[in-house]
Design a protein. Structure first.
Length: 124
């Protein structure tokens, strides 16, 4: 009887261990812009960690995250999007354009006195 209990307890512990490691899963998806075109090089990050990846040429990505964690999607010129990992293994994201106008532009011109003192670079 005692050995039967030991085997049942061992089996239960193996299942509990398996369930604790099964929390992390691979999330895949595509990141697109507002017109549906893929965004190559978009950043996908697990919020609060250093775990992240970038999308490939077709806007596809793959990242390991746990259920309940938040994925942050960023791309230059697009608004940041956050999605929580749930039951699905596929999360497709469409980023909206972040149209902010520049308020000012600073142009600096090198004075002629400095131009004469600097060596000239020539490429042959």
């Amino acid at each position: 009887m005692r050995s039967k209990f030991t085997w049942m307890l061992t089996l239960f512990m193996a299942f509990a261990l398996q369930l604790s490691f099964a929390q992390e899963k691979t999330i895949t998806g595509t990141v697109t812009d507002q017109s549906g075109l893929p965004l190559p090089g978009a950043n996908v990050l697990v919020k609060g960690t250093t775990n992240g990846t970038q999308t490939d040429f077709d806007g596809n990505y793959s990242i390991v995250a746990s259920v309940g964690e938040t994925l942050v999607y960023t791309f230059i010129g697009q608004k940041t999007e956050e999605r929580t990992v749930g039951g699905s293994n596929v999360i497709n994201v469409q980023l909206a354009e972040d149209a902010q106008a520049l308020e000012e532009v600073v142009v600096w011109v090198m004075p002629p006195q400095l131009r004469k003192k600097l060596p000239v670079l020539r490429y042959n």
